[in-house]
Design a protein around this ligand. Sequence first.
Ligand code: OAD
Length: 233
Amino acid sequence: MNIFALTGAGVSAESGLGTFRDKDGLWTRFDPMKLATPEAFVHNPDEVHAFYNLRRQNLLSAEPNAAHWALARLETGLAERGGSLFLCTQNIDDLHERAGSRQVIHMHGELLKARCTACGGIMPWREDLGTEVLCPSCRRSGGMRPHVVWFGEMPLEMDAIYDALLGADLFVSIGTSGSVYPAAGFVSEARGHGIRTCEINLEPSDNARQFDEGRYGPAGEAVPAWVEQVLTS
Ligand code: OAD
């Protein structure tokens, strides 16, 4: 079986990383237009850097949870059975990788990478960023930004993502509210191609009615239970 899994902030919630649209979510407390757009970076880079510096520091002290571990097990288990897992995450954290997932597509970028807007270089980055930081490649300052996708920018790797989605036997959406496109459209795309669909989330998302199956509960419990079922069926 070939499975396409899409993960969102809910998969990392039990690792202590906030979600966006829940009661205490990041976008409930902060205005994304002032922190997560190219325009915000031009007009107020210090505020944007401070927001991502804090998120990066939080990430460095977070640990993967049972949902991340289970998805890493699923990748190995499906490969042993001649199948595959395509793991596409909207998350910018590295918790899937730290749990052992070998192939992860970060469609919204990666917080532990920086990109230089002057020379285009992309590099691993664990320190705070600021306007004074020099690009290690071109030695210019002012252009270093987190390698993340902001509102109004194109998500990454979309060709590979659609190829994998349309080649899957099952599309599973885990811990995402399904409110940000293009990821929010994957379920209807999959359905349109006759691919079975399943949602795993704390509670039914706005798109819940589009899924063939819904499994509800904290990801740290619901994902391992589902993986166990997939690998033993
Ligand atoms: P959201 O905050 O929109 O949705 C998180 C989902 O996870 C909600 O449906 C919650 O009910 C669910 N959830 C919360 N805790 C959970 C738990 N312990 N177990 C399982 N589910 C849980 O986050 P995303 O859908 O990931 O993009 O948001 C998508 C994109 O919007 C993000 O990648 C980000 C944001 O703006 C950018 O910044 C470009």
